[in-house]
Design a protein around this ligand. Sequence first.
Ligand SMILES: Cc1cc2nc3c(=O)[nH]c(=O)nc-3n(C[C@H](O)[C@H](O)[C@H](O)COP(=O)(O)OP(=O)(O)OC[C@H]3O[C@@H](n4cnc5c(N)ncnc54)[C@H](O)[C@@H]3O)c2cc1C
Length: 428
Amino acid sequence: MIWQSPISPGTSLYEATVPERPPYPTMPGSRKADVAIIGGGYTGLQAAYNLARAGTDVTLIDACRFGDGASGRNGGQFGTGQRAWADEAEEALGHERAQLLFGMAENAKRYVLDFAETHGIDIEFVPGQLSVSHKKSLEKDYRNHVDAMAERFGYPHLTFMDREETVSRLGSSHYHFGIRDTGTGHIHPMKLLVGLAKQAALAGAKLFEQTKALKIEKQGGAIVIETTHGTITADRALIACNAYIGNLEPVTASHVMPIRSFIGATTALSDHPEVLPGGESVDDSRFVVRYFRKSKDGRLLFGGREAYTADNPRDISSHIRRQISEIYPALANIEITHAWGGSVGITMPRQPFYREVIPGVTTIGGYSGHGVMLSNYCGKLFADLTLGNKTELDLLGDLKIPAFPGGMRFRSVLLFLALSWYALRDRF
Ligand SMILES: Cc1cc2nc3c(=O)[nH]c(=O)nc-3n(C[C@H](O)[C@H](O)[C@H](O)COP(=O)(O)OP(=O)(O)OC[C@H]3O[C@@H](n4cnc5c(N)ncnc54)[C@H](O)[C@@H]3O)c2cc1C
């Protein structure tokens, strides 16, 4: 029977195509650990894997099943760099820090690919990414970005695509121009997640599903986590709940907000060889980004619709099909076999949030749509830091990430209004 995530809507194509998704037990009762981790997505599981293989006694719990959050349900696109373009970050942070943050994301990319290769995890990596513009007015920015990346950030894999090249690589005349990135690509998110959990368990991490953290606090010298299945007492803890934090910990909740994003998978496009003949993934210039790619078996995976409240849209498929048909009119009646969604954790400046929220308790999240590679790497860096090594996490710690305004009561309302306004501007 196919599992349905209780915290994210719809059954994903990944869930339906992953060869196995072994269950893990619930926590059998109270226990002690050197390090406790809350959240079994990429961040938490990478931390658990890296700590356990260094001999640390680590316990990880997830309220649902591993991957029920964003890590098992995302678009699978690596992207390049942080969410904000490195040359934009340069203006706010100066060249040196922008370069370091960009370098960190490149390390993240390499880390995930090496991790999968080392452990023989078939993540279905396909190279190539096209970033395309729906507005003519952005041409200068796109051209400058390509030059800046090569000249100032030492990244030689970008080329500007004129309209003709954009049309032929997409198989669509919807966009004006774009950038081709041959230094990145896309993956099957759930295969990575399942392989990662397996490696963490093999390394000796104690992994428990369907065990929810209800409260976390410092008592004397120890961190005490009250859960639905007993208490964990630990020396240190990592909160890796990202957009699914709820009201477990207020500092994380005020800095990392959930935006719900939805994806649809079509039947295989065997009659449409013109669609993405090179197999690249695509993201566009809209505020509500449309992101799409073909799966290994030739379906179109299309993400775009967003929601800023907790309600699920009534019909994800129809909405996604409408967006597909704007770009590919020939697919206006294509069948959507799977439609699903999940919560992306964003921060105000769209940079990751890393902070010690209680002495000994660290939170990491808010990758703002670039978490496939960054969350894996940040989990690994948390382990390195806990083992006493200096890491690039300091770079994130230095970033100024303000809380979303509005306090507990009005934060979601204000975010809804602000995001709806920006989303509206996509239409003009
Ligand atoms: C639809 C969608 C498309 C996306 N597309 C892309 C993309 O193409 N490229 C990209 O780079 N990024 C993308 N992202 C973002 C990316 O998936 C995330 O940044 C990344 O997976 C975050 O991993 P994580 O481990 O930090 O959080 P998650 O994977 O969200 O894991 C958090 C976990 O915490 C658990 N949890 C929460 N509260 C508790 C509690 N109280 N007790 C115990 N457990 C708890 C949840 O059950 C969940 O499993 C997308 C996200 C979504 C939703």
